[in-house]
Ligand binder design. Sequence first.
Ligand code: NAD
Length: 375
Amino acid sequence: MKSRRDFLQKITLSAMAFPFAHHLQGSSLSKNITVGANREEVLRVAIMGLGSYGTRVAEAMQDSTRSKLVGVISGTPSKIKDWQGKYGIPEKNCYNYENFDQIKDNPDIDAVYIITPNSLHKDQAIRVANAGKHVICEKPMALNEKEGREMVQACKKNNVKLLVGYRMRLEPNTLEIVRMREEDELGKIMFFQGLSGFRIGDPNQWRLDKDLAGGGAMMDIGIYSVNGARYMVGEDPIWVTAQETKTDPEKFKEGVDETIQFQFGFPSGAVASCLSTYNMSHLDRFFLNGQKGFAELQPATGYGPIKGRTHKGPLEKPHVTHQTVQMDEMSDMILKGKEPKLPLDGVEGTKDLIIIDAIYKAVASGRKEKIDVTF
Ligand code: NAD
């Protein structure tokens, strides 16, 4: 019988022979081999905000071959202890919200992934950038255009990347529709419909607190239709009209939108009709209509599997955990300068905020508002 030592020697030799051992996907062993053979390949990430989505990202990173969870930033010592145990995070890579600027002196962390409530993103991202670390930030990247631009500037000044957790921009079925559109299989694009919503529960959560969320459904889920309209149509909107409906002003207080319908016009003449809501279930659908065909996704933005079809038949790209793909791809963007097919950087994040600012303006004015996402 072969001994463990023989086995390890063999692995070490094969790692030397095949330094890019990506075929060993998923095992922590493969990650160690890649780290040893070519450290530059693996992005070492600290997660800030150990809540529900942070936990999902951490789990998905266990299967990432090009990124590794190495640190945490949290205000809750007991959560830090749990994560240290679960993911083998050393004490020197643990920070809280007061002291995380010290991360600048930690050569073992390349990037910080911010997964906290929306209104905290801007200041946290700027602090991370000033500490000289790359920033990955959850959507919405910030609360408005002004904040978005400040973040882009801070990252530019510190020569670090700013990426937004727009996982759908890396999703294979979504990218297949983009390919079909670009290769004119759908013909001239005429119309997009985006439906984004769910029924929100606990009235006391931060998502329903204007100070932490920066708004309501639009900031949280409506943004998927805003972002989706742009990558499905392949253009940025130039005008918007919008209407708000509120059936429960007790739960959805002033400044927290329950339901907004909005319509876009694009430079080509294409139009879009979208719905953002915190008060309807089963709403996750994109529909794109062109003169030669159509494409639809339902679910369009959930954690998957994403399902879709076009006038040519069903879309059948395999499901891969979105957050694993995202972290692998972001590693290549940060460490190797890879350009994704659909950009997901701070400029893209800010463009969505410019559009959301215009949606809120159109709700308030009742008029058609111009949008200019020029950067
Ligand atoms: P959550 O409430 O589960 O987690 C938020 C975390 O932030 C918690 O650990 C909380 O302790 C911490 N936190 C730090 N300071 C806080 C403060 N002042 N008030 C409240 N909490 C504070 O929320 P979540 O669902 O993980 O969402 C976090 C971010 O991730 C949001 O910006 C959200 O839009 C985004 N998100 C993105 C996706 C996606 O698919 N890309 C999915 C879910 C959430």
